[in-house]
Design a binder for this molecule. Structure first.
Ligand code: FAD
Ligand code: DHB
Length: 394
């Protein structure tokens, strides 16, 4: 059976769902195809930090109400190194911007609800998604629906929002794309804990045993990460080892102590930097993790996905409303400028805060010198603050 829509969207992550929502506000029709179930996408634990521009987009498009009620606005972060804490005043240094701690899966729930309440389709549980005729004005998406029936969706444009492991990017002929990759020699071990917050602001800790991060989710649930081996296994980390490592890496001279609690979730995240250029092939546009990955240290991945789809939604709106294709033609160039800024920031934060396998005492001293400079120089702290809180979207 063949259906028709204006924009076929592959993937119901933050990129796909927000794009569908922004297009719907402009009366542009789309169909979202997702391999997983609604329950699965709403239960996947990932990002926690929304930058100012992301918060603004969600509010301006009418899906920010629960985030404003349940999220936590933070005006600073703490860098901890050599046993001492140093606050970076994000708001004071970035011209009044702040960040919101609100879990990615809550954003997903808000976006999925907005779309389904509006009676617009998200097809969950699809299989065998194949993109066809992308280099023509009549691209098609072939797939099996949740019941196993073969379907085809004819569209004007396809948005590849299917994440790093999706089908969209590999569908672009290899001679028409260039990929840039860096894999880091470590991962992040993440836990969720039943405990009250131990700190008012996120703590990014540099330690000779490796990086640690204290984040939060709610007054009773905390999110903690620590640097681990790239091929590490959850089974290698009994609770007692996790707490010992966290206490060691986060120790300060002033008696501050992390609050322990019941650990109810453990997982390992790989760390890589990746960009594909261009982010377009014919009538296919890539957005979010399908086009780029950053290591999580700068908290940029979800925010980049949001920035991409805002540029793409505007370009598609100019096409449908004013018959202008110039913004679509510029999409990749426009998006990549922000992508590479975030790639650099994420690489810089990662390099400054983690222990590397080939670390020498010289390298360790260089990291400490950089951290010392960031916390003493207003110019350097401003660089961190404006990138972390997020450069303006326009
Ligand atoms: P995804 O979220 O990966 O969504 C893609 C969707 O496409 C998925 O639902 C997938 O099931 C679906 N899909 C895949 N293949 C197909 C197919 N063939 N057909 C149809 N559907 C398909 N970012 C931040 O900004 N701040 C943070 O604090 C932060 N912390 C993070 C912490 C962790 C532990 C991790 C893992 C990531 C973190 N990130 C953070 C990154 C952020 O989670 C991602 O950048 C974000 O999810 C990207 O959204 P996306 O929509 O592009 O891709
Ligand atoms: C969280 C994740 C990040 O990658 C980060 O830099 C800060 C916080 C989090 O999950 O809360």
């Amino acid at each position: 059976m063949i259906n028709r829509t204006q924009v076929g969207i592959v993937g119901a992550g933050p990129a796909g769902l927000l794009l569908a929502h922004l297009l719907q506000l402009e009366d542009i029709e789309s169909v979202v195809l997702e391999t997983r179930s609604r329950e699965e996408i709403e239960a996947t634990l990932r990002a926690g930090v929304l930058e100012q521009g992301t918060v603004d987009v969600l509010n301006e498009s009418g899906v920010g109400e629960r985030m404003m009620r349940e999220g936590f606005v933070h005006h600073g972060i703490v860098l901890r190194f050599a046993g001492r804490s140093h606050r970076i005043d994000l708001t004071g240094l970035s011209g009044g911007r702040s960040i919101m701690v609100y879990a990615q899966h809550e954003v997903i729930k808000d976006l999925a609800k907005a779309r389904l309440d509006a009676g617009a389709p998200i097809e969950f549980g699809v299989k065998d998604v194949t993109l066809l005729d992308l280099d023509t004005a009549a691209p098609r998406i072939r797939y099996r629906d949740g019941a196993g029936a073969l379907r085809e969706l004819a569209c004007d444009y396809v948005a590849g929002c299917d994440g790093f492991h999706g089908v969209s990017r590999p569908t672009i002929p290899s001679r028409r794309r260039t990929e840039f990759t860096r894999v880091y020699p470590f991962g992040w071990f993440g836990i969720l804990v039943e405990a009250p917050p131990a700190t008012d602001e996120l703590i990014y800790a540099h330690h000779e045993r490796g990086f640690a991060l204290v984040s939060t989710r709610s007054p009773s649930i905390q999110r903690l990460y620590l640097q681990c081996e790239p091929e590490d296994q959850v089974a290698n980390w009994p609770d007692a080892r996790i707490w010992q490592e966290l206490h060691t890496r986060l120790a300060t001279g002033d008696g501050w102590r992390l609050t322990e609690g019941r650990i109810f979730q453990k997982g390992i995240v790989a760390m890589r930097s990746f960009v594909v250029e261009p982010m377009q092939y014919g009538h296919l546009f890539l957005a979010g993790d399908a086009a780029h990955i950053v290591p999580p240290t700068g908290a940029k991945g979800l925010n980049l996905a949001v920035a991409d789809v805002r540029v793409l939604a505007r370009a598609l709106t100019a096409f449908y409303r004013d018959k202008r294709s110039d913004l679509l033609e510029q999409y990749s160039t426009t998006a990549l400028r922000r992508v590479w800024r975030a790639e650099h920031f994420s690489w810089w934060m990662t390099s400054m805060l983690h222990r590397f396998h080939d670390d020498t005492p010289f390298h360790h001293r260089l990291q400490l010198a950089e951290l010392d400079y960031v916390t003493r120089s207003r110019a350097k702290a401003t660089t961190l603050a404006e990138n972390y809180a997020g450069l303006p979207l326009d």
